[in-house]
Design a protein around this ligand. Structure first.
Ligand SMILES: Cc1cc2nc3c(=O)[nH]c(=O)nc-3n(C[C@H](O)[C@H](O)[C@H](O)COP(=O)(O)OP(=O)(O)OC[C@H]3O[C@@H](n4cnc5c(N)ncnc54)[C@H](O)[C@@H]3O)c2cc1C
Length: 378
């Protein structure tokens, strides 16, 4: 007989959101497994902003994936964003809602923005374009928030009332009765179903996923404003130069910023580590000072910096849902930089799969099944 209804591998935003939503579905026998040093999760290493808007302007998704996919990704972001903020609000977890804006860095980007805004408006998402000191600025509305992510994870875990095993998973094995999960200490945990919410760990534990998920290295830095006044408010999220640069305003005088990935070997794709690189730090700092030159903004050297290895799906569409060929295994990953919102929404959808065998929030285009042909060897 299985000891748990659901075993969740991973204590980041995906795993903990799944645990919390499962509890709300009345599923009580949940086991959460992850190595002890949580919060060493991608979520807690990151700068901690959540956003409805995608990192890249929507025209990139529309052009590359088509309107239907772009719409589905934005809708899922919207579900995750409002769920996450409701969660934070109800528990008095620090969060600050702000505006999303994109500053055109060239005529080409101004053209892209005009198209993006037309698509967003036609598809029912708030967006507008305005001229600000001779440059075009795209506004996506109150679509971002900075958030205390460590506290959010703590609340999700506590309220899920799940059993916690501090260990690493070595292997997952399904059989006709359920799933056995082997741990590093050679014990086995059994359950009816498994949720693989273990980010890069998915590639090792589910070999069919190895080539569908691609590592990428990135970094962010926190700067103090030492001179001038930022034309931003806490919670605001800003992009420029086709999203090659981004910044999230944490307080009136503190910016968390990143970008310039093109300065890494292969832009960080397939990296195995994510060192903080000085040339990237300098490029980001210089770009921000240039963007806010009229406001006289000068930044300190970074007061914090963190490198992160993230993963993206090879087709740049998040992977969320039942594993093909084995519906006892569910997985979620590949959020293209929107991990806090999509991870929260993924947890909601995975809990629906466990409870009802289908999900209202996760359309089939996100399911792993679309990648099946990539994993077949003959
Ligand atoms: C530089 C950078 C900045 C970012 N900034 C943001 C941001 O501000 N906002 C945003 O929304 N997204 C951001 N992202 C993306 C986001 O951080 C991730 O997509 C998201 O945190 C992934 O969450 P997760 O729960 O799936 O994975 P994780 O948070 O990585 O959690 C995975 C869990 O699985 C566990 N695990 C792994 N392997 C095993 C195993 N074998 N056995 C047991 N447990 C295992 C880990 O210990 C961990 O608990 C950023 C990414 C980068 C690279």
């Amino acid at each position: 007989m299985s000891s748990f209804d659901v075993i969740i591998i991973g204590r980041g935003i995906t795993g903990l959101s799944a645990a919390w939503h499962l509890y709300r579905h009345g599923i009580r026998k949940i086991c959460l497994i992850a190595p002890k040093i949580s919060p060493e999760t991608t979520a807690t290493l990151g700068p901690g902003y959540a956003s409805v808007s995608l990192h890249d302007n929507i025209s990139r998704a529309v052009h590359g994936q088509g309107s239907e996919v772009a719409h589905a990704i934005l809708n899922l972001n919207r579900t995750g964003f409002s769920g996450l903020l409701d969660f934070a609000r109800e528990r008095n977890i620090f969060h600050q809602v702000g505006q999303v804006s994109r500053f055109a860095d060239s005529d080409l980007e101004a053209k892209e923005m005009t198209k993006a805004v037309a698509w967003l408006v036609a598809n029912g998402f708030p967006a507008s374009i305005e001229k600000n000191q001779n440059r075009l600025v795209q506004r996506d509305g109150a679509a971002a928030a900075s958030l205390d992510i460590s506290l959010t994870l703590k609340f999700l875990e506590k309220e899920s009332k799940a059993a916690v095993r501090s260990n690493s998973v070595k292997a997952i094995k399904s059989n006709s009765n359920g799933v056995d999960v082997s741990l590093e200490d050679d014990t086995i945990v059994s359950g009816e179903m498994v949720i693989a919410a273990c980010h890069r760990g998915i590639k090792e534990l589910i070999p069919e996923m190895e080539h569908t998920l691609v590592n990428h290295a990135d970094q962010w830095m926190e700067f103090e404003v030492t001179k001038g006044t930022l034309p931003l408010a806490p919670g605001d999220l800003t992009f420029t130069a086709h999203s090659h640069f981004w910044m999230s305003c944490a307080t009136q005088n503190t910016l968390r910023a990143g970008g310039a990935r093109f300065l890494r070997k292969w832009a960080g794709i397939e990296a195995e580590s994510a060192p903080v690189m000085g040339n990237i730090t300098n490029a980001v700092k210089t770009k921000i000072e240039e963007l806010f030159k009229t406001e006289g903004v000068k930044l300190s050297d970074p007061v914090k910096a963190s490198g992160i290895l993230d993963i993206r799906a090879c087709d740049e569409i998040p992977i969320i849902g039942p594993m093909f060929g084995d519906s006892r295994i569910l997985l979620a990953s590949g959020y293209m930089g929107s991990g806090l919102t999509l991870g929260f929404a993924a947890g909601q959808g995975l809990a629906e799969f466990v409870d009802a065998g289908k999900s209202k929030v996760i359309p089939s285009l996100f399911h792993p099944n679309r990648l099946r042909s990539l994993t077949e060897t003959d």
